[in-house]
Design a binder for this molecule. Structure first.
Ligand SMILES: [Zn+2]
Length: 419
């Protein structure tokens, strides 16, 4: 396979919904760099986000290039066409150099029995006792199991191949980073399933560099991980071993690594991830998006005056449209309506009270995860405000930037990498 552009060991997806925070985000990477950790920035924005906001991928490119120039950033940086499919990739082809090929919807779609049979025949080593260096107990996989897993995933990996070749025809070999995502589905993928998926991607000739499985537990938007941390840690470590094995045995790119989606704000698993990376020398891609939008609202609220008023208006409108705003995100939020304060109550809040409810400091008695998640999905409200929202961001640029940078640096990069 060709040798594609390199992401480096550590990279972070920094979604910037309104294309106003690229410089503040990049500042966090400058600062973690000074602590000895080179982290590659990847500006990601999904087709869903562009559609809700009414923006074009080219605007993300312009904002990223401007931030890189302003800070004199010398390292690599990428633009991620996040969660694209064959029918949506078109407008991302020119501005983007990182493609997250989303094939979750093809999981479980029927494959021809001959295709399954031929796949299993090409990889007989997947049947029986499969020993993977780094995993204490070998997998015991029967032929029926491997056929069932192949039947479940082969349509998805074939679709990944089709989309990859479509991008390849436009961009050229080695000119972009390929991620394959399967996270937006119901059931987590086990390490043996990940092995089959990687073998099938290699079989399709997809030089996958980051793979986003669905991990065990809940990765709700903008709040901490909910689930069995010990089980997550085992699974994450086993996945790392599977990846090493797949690189060595199936010729996948040597820098293939895990991508953790909805990776922002998952404070309770950053420790286990950091330990696994330190132990193995593996890398990771941590994808974040809405956490930066929330820092914009926090910054406006902290600014007081008209900034605070606008933040309250965003909450009021989001509360009024709660069901419609939550619908597209139903699988990835857990809002308790009884914990949402009335708009009238919030109208009386001080800056400090509003900021405490929204800022992700779980130990703060004022923190309200339901309030935070509602505003997380409420960016459509700000998008509808249009220039009124954007000019407020510009007026309060300093306080907003300070919050955006500190959030990525202190609550994300440091716990993930430094400890
Ligand atoms: Zn995702």
């Amino acid at each position: 396979m060709s040798s594609p552009l390199r992401l480096g060991r550590f990279s972070i997806g920094i979604g910037d919904r309104f294309a106003h925070q690229a410089q503040a985000q990049l500042q966090a990477l400058v600062e973690i760099g000074r602590l000895g950790f080179a982290v590659t920035p990847v500006w990601n924005k999904s087709n869903r986000e562009h559609t809700i906001i009414g923006s074009e991928p080219a605007s993300t490119r312009a904002a990223a290039d401007a931030a890189v120039a302003a800070l004199g950033w010398n390292g690599g940086y990428f633009l991620d066409a996040d969660h694209i499919r064959l029918e949506t990739v078109g407008r991302f082809l020119t501005p983007c150099d990182f493609f997250t090929i989303d094939v979750a919807d093809s999981i479980g779609q029927a494959s021809a029995p001959e295709a399954v049979e031929a796949f299993v025949a090409r990889y007989p080593e997947l049947v029986g006792e499969v020993r993977i260096p780094g995993i204490p107990e070998p997998f015991q996989i029967s032929r029926a199991q491997i056929e069932a897993v192949s039947a479940k995933y082969l349509a998805a990996t074939a679709e990944a191949g089709r989309i990859y070749r479509h991008i390849l025809a436009s961009k050229g070999a080695g000119m972009f980073v390929t991620e394959v995502s399967m996270d937006e589905t119901d059931l987590p993928q086990t390490p043996p399933e990940l092995l089959v998926i990687l073998v099938a991607l290699a079989d399709e000739g997809v030089p996958v560099q980051t793979i986003a499985p669905k991990f065990t537990g809940r990765f709700n938007k903008g709040v901490d991980y909910v689930g069995d941390i010990a089980q997550f840690e085992r699974e994450f470590n086993d996945d790392l071993a599977v990846i090493d094995h797949a690189i060595a045995r199936y010729g996948l790119p040597s820098d293939l690594k895990l991508s953790v989606h909805s990776g922002s704000d998952k404070f309770s698993i950053y420790g286990p991830i950091r330990l696994a990376l330190q132990r193995t020398g593996a890398g990771v891609h941590l994808k974040t998006a809405g956490t930066t939008w929330l820092e914009e609202v926090i910054g406006l609220a902290e600014a007081g005056g008209d900034g605070l008023e606008l933040a309250k208006e965003i909450y009021r409108d989001a509360l009024a449209q709660r069901e419609a705003l939550c619908a597209p995100y139903a699988a990835v939020i857990d809002i308790d309506p009884n914990r949402l304060p009335a708009a009238l109550e919030v109208d009386g809040w001080t800056s400090a009270r509003f900021v405490a409810a929204l800022r992700h400091v779980p130990s703060d008695p004022g923190f309200n995860p339901s309030f935070r998640q509602l505003i997380h999905v409420g960016f459509k409200v700000a998008a509808k405000m249009g220039p009124r929202y954007l000019s407020s961001l510009e007026r309060h640029r300093e306080v907003v930037s300070r919050n955006v940078t500190a959030n990525l640096l202190e609550r994300h990069l440091k716990p993930l990498l430094v400890g």
